[in-house]
Design a protein around this ligand. Structure first.
Ligand code: PDD
Length: 287
């Protein structure tokens, strides 16, 4: 089955989709994105993703090409056209194609944003065996820019971090700045010590994860204590449990950091329970 993608108002077979070489997303990484999971053919945490998209666009002064209802309609249409039951919808909005290369932003009255969406089918996304085994991570310096709260398509360093992890024979990397863990290459991170969940507070240093927001809500409902404060790699190594969250991984246990076992070296009860709660509640609330 040919994948159908969305480009600037049209649904096209992927081979027919075109974006200009002058698009600022391509030349300047001048664009933002969202990734929304699909379970049972429905969109998970959808309202959160459209709200964050609106915020990312506003922070960069890019016009939001659609309202929340229109975004929902396009997502649903793409899910339907691709018969997607489990996987992701990727959405990207760039500052568009001004017809030439220039550092200065083009006039938004003339140059309209480029909008691209596509689906990724991932059967078994929820029933991921990695969640039972747990993941291994290394720590690396966080050398990204200072506005990590904006979900831009500048993903070179996170990609390099994933390659460093791969070269080290592990699954992912945790980023460290001024001695404290900021986040994972593409996820928000947590440790559990003495029953308390610790995670870095929101600021410009990290992406304001939609899965993070849902997880903290569910943790509060389950009477779990959450402490929002930065933690070090040493503290993480000495924790009872560690885990991370993202739209594509949901809640993922971490069992090793820089070669040191976390807790027993197996996924812990808090992360395991939170993953179950997150998946149950997300399926119920999916649109
Ligand atoms: N990544 N931090 C970073 C740097 C991320 O790239 C992501 C998401 C998150 C988690 O945010 P959320 O819970 O809203 O997915 C945190 C997506 C999944 C990606 O790049 O594929």
């Amino acid at each position: 089955m040919t994948r159908i993608v969305y480009v600037n108002g049209e649904y096209l077979p992927e081979a027919e989709a075109r974006v200009s070489v002058f698009d600022r997303g391509f030349l300047m990484a001048d664009g933002v994105y969202e990734v929304t999971s699909v379970l049972d053919g429905k969109l998970v945490d959808f309202a959160g993703h459209t709200q964050r998209l609106a915020r990312s666009l506003a922070e960069l002064g890019i016009e939001n090409p659609m309202g929340a209802e229109e975004w929902l309609a396009v997502h649903r249409e793409l899910v339907a056209r691709n018969a997607l039951t489990e996987g992701m919808v990727y959405l990207q909005v760039t500052r568009g194609n001004p017809g030439d290369r220039d550092f200065a932003f083009p006039d938004p009255a003339v140059t309209k944003p480029t909008v691209v969406l596509f689906t990724q089918s991932k059967p078994g996304l929820a029933d991921n065996p990695a969640a039972k085994a747990g993941m291994k991570v290394i720590s690396i310096p966080d050398i990204r820019w200072g506005r990590r709260d904006i979900k831009t398509v500048q993903l070179l360093y996170p990609s390099m971090g994933k390659m460093m992890a791969k070269a080290a024979g592990v699954d992912d990397a945790w980023l460290v700045e001024d001695g404290f863990v900021t986040e994972g290459t593409s996820n928000n991170v947590y440790i559990v010590k003495g029953g308390r969940i610790v995670t870095r507070p929101l600021s410009n240093d990290i992406l304001h994860g939609i899965t993070r927001a849902a997880l903290l809500r569910y943790a509060a409902e389950a009477q779990l204590t959450v402490e929002e404060r930065p933690f070090t790699v040493d503290e993480a190594k000495a924790a009872d449990e560690a885990f991370f969250t993202s739209a594509s991984a949901f809640v993922m246990p971490v069992v090793e950091i820089d070669g040191a076992k976390v807790g027993t070296g197996a996924p812990g009860p808090v992360a395991t329970r939170l993953r179950e709660i997150y998946l149950d509640e997300s399926r119920k609330a999916a649109v």
